[in-house]
Each structure stands twice: as structure tokens, then as C-alpha cells.
Write a protein that binds this ligand. Structure first.
Ligand code: NAP
Length: 286
């Protein structure tokens, strides 16, 4: 079997075309475009590249975007004062703190400060709690993109054995909760899992979000599985995922490439979240 390669770029483009129409309708109705404010601290080139590509993608669908570029030694007090300003502004509907933050700024304090209705990353305690309680509102973008890719693969989530490798608050944990809400039977693996392969071999849906090249090898994958590779790391000067793509694609039913799989979907979902946040603030529902 050779797997169907799930083209995240094409899927993201198709969803963004649809989103552009919804953004235009919102803008006409409310006389203000949905607005996204990204906050970047320091000079990390990868973070700057992410923020720039999010801003360009926002522009293509009619979302107004603004980037606040702060010096690397910005104090936590100054950073939180900017968040307070953005919370108050009527033309800013989504706030995006680009991670990682420098050591003097605690990301948890930042996500606690953001107005939950503007929390387009879905990482505030209010939004993370709602997801855990099965009453989600704004959901982290990468897990949402993973779910859309799984649905695009034509996989039935209900009743499936889903195995998630990684338990971060940004990817692994919310992905597990989303799949659980759709009635998958979910296993979460992490760095202390005793026998990773014993779990991954049972998976009809396998999501790996670790950041370790070739962690998931062919013999760890059940034939016919849908494999979603979230990992991003550099090996041999190239961006690679967690999955040994060439070998695993011979046994899986569907697989995402890196790059071109989950990454573009994350940006598309962030923009969908920005419109959802704008609707929440203007109309009381996403
Ligand atoms: P993270 O916070 O570092 O979490 C990594 C997780 O992997 C942790 O739960 C860790 O377990 C687990 N882990 C580490 N080594 C393991 C091993 N050998 N076996 C099993 N589990 C192991 O990272 P993250 O923020 O979730 O991101 C994960 C990867 O996805 C990174 O490569 C990141 O760059 C990428 N990413 C991509 C996108 C995208 O849009 N494409 C978005 C976000 C993240 P413990 O909890 O026990 O430490």
C-alpha cells in the first residue's frame, strides 16, 4: 500500500478562499475588518518568519493584521501592559503572543491576561478549561488543523483507536481532547511512556507531536493507519518531521508531509479563529 499524501497547503488554500468570503461579509456587516495583533519579542529569525507569514496570510483573506515587535529585554510589566491595551482596543479581535518568550516573561501569565474572547491561540485557562469540559469555544490552531486533516483523509474518528505522541498544552493535550470529544478511544504517549511502539502499533489514527526526527518508524505503524506528523526539526539542513516518511508511507493509508502538512493548516486555522473571535465579540457567538 502507498499512502495518500495529505496536502496541507492545498487544503489550507481551499479553506482560506472560503474564509475570505466570510471575512468580507463580516466586514460589510460591522464596518470593521477582523483584526489580529501579533506580539513578537527579540530577534529570533524563525519567530519573525512565522509572524510575517501569518501577517501575509491574514492580508490575503481580508483580516487586518498588526505586528508589535518588542526588544528582547522587554520587562514582563511592559509586555502585560501592551496586552492590556490590545484587550481594550475594539479593532483588535485576536491577540497572538509569538512563542517562545524570553525567560523574564512567563507565558502562563500572558495567557491568563489575554481576554479569553481575543485568545485566538486557545491557550488561556478559560478556553483550555472549556475544551477540557467538552464545551469548546476558541480551540488551539494546530489541533484544529490536525482534526481537519484527519477528516480530509476520510477517516472515521468515532470508535477509532487514536494515539497521540506528545502531551504539550499547545498540541498533544488539546488534540487528545478534540478526538475524545469525537468519540475516538484516545491514548496519550510522552517521554516516560515505557514501550512507545506497543501503543503506536494499535493506532488507526496516529498523531506525533514531539520534534524528534525518525521517532516513528515503519514497524511502529499499523497498516492502514492515518498518520499526522506535527514535528518540526532540522536534520541535514532540512526541515523534517517525527515520522520516517518514505518508509511509513508504504504502510499507512494517509500521511502528512513535512513541510506542507500540518504547518499551513495551523495558519489557516489561526485565521478562522480570528474571524470566530471577531464574531464572538460583535455578535456574541463564534
Ligand atoms: P513540546 O512542548 O516540547 O512537547 C513535546 C512532547 O513530546 C512532550 O510531551 C514530551 O514528553 C514528548 N516527548 C519527547 N520525547 C519523546 C519521546 N522520545 N517519546 C515520546 N514522547 C516524547 O513540543 P510542542 O510544542 O508540543 O511541539 C511538538 C513538535 O511539533 C515540535 O517539533 C514543534 O516544532 C512542532 N509544532 C509544529 C506546529 C506546526 O504548525 N506544524 C505547531 C506546533 C508545534 P514530556 O511531556 O514527558 O516531556
Amino acid at each position: 500500500m502507498t499512502a495518500k499524501v495529505l496536502d496541507g497547503r492545498a487544503l489550507a488554500q481551499a479553506r482560506s478562499r472560503e474564509l475570505a468570503g466570510q471575512v468580507a461579509a463580516f466586514t460589510a456587516r460591522h464596518r470593521v475588518a477582523p483584526g489580529l495583533a501579533a506580539v513578537l519579542v527579540g530577534g529570533d529569525p524563525a519567530s519573525k518568519m512565522y509572524v510575517d507569514s501569518k501577517a501575509r496570510a491574514a492580508g490575503r483573506v481580508g483580516i487586518r493584521s498588526e505586528t508589535f515587535h518588542l526588544a528582547g529585554d522587554t520587562t514582563a510589566g511592559d509586555y502585560l501592559a501592551l496586552i492590556d491595551d490590545l484587550n481594550r482596543r475594539d479593532d483588535v479581535h485576536g491577540i497572538l503572543p509569538q512563542l517562545p518568550l524570553p525567560p523574564q516573561i512567563d507565558p502562563q501569565a500572558v495567557f491568563e491576561r489575554i481576554d479569553p474572547e481575543k485568545d485566538v491561540d486557545g491557550l488561556s485557562p478559560a478556553n483550555a478549561g472549556r475544551l477540557a469540559l467538552g464545551r469548546p469555544r476558541l480551540i488551539p490552531a494546530t489541533p484544529l488543523g490536525i482534526l481537519v486533516l484527519i477528516e480530509h483523509a476520510g477517516a472515521s474518528v468515532e470508535g477509532a483507536e487514536a494515539v497521540i505522541v506528545g502531551r504539550s498544552n499547545i498540541v498533544g493535550r488539546p488534540t487528545a481532547l478534540l478526538l475524545l470529544a469525537r468519540n475516538a478511544t484516545v491514548t496519550i504517549c510522552h517521554s516516560r511512556t515505557a514501550d512507545l511502539g506497543a501503543h503506536t502499533r494499535r493506532a488507526g489514527i496516529l498523531v506525533s507531536a514531539v520534534g524528534e526526527p525518525r521517532l516513528i518508524r515503519r514497524e511502529m505503524v499499523r497498516p492502514g493507519a492515518v498518520v499526522i506528523d506535527v514535528g518540526n526539526s532540522h536534520a541535514g539542513g532540512k526541515l523534517v518531521g517525527d515520522v520516517d516518511f518514505e518508509a511509513v508511507k508504504e504502510v499507512a493509508a494517509a500521511i502528512t508531509p513535512v513541510p506542507g502538512g500540518v504547518g499551513p493548516m495551523t495558519i489557516a486555522m489561526l485565521l478562522e479563529n480570528t474571524l470566530a473571535a471577531a464574531r464572538l465579540q460583535a455578535e456574541g457567538r463564534p
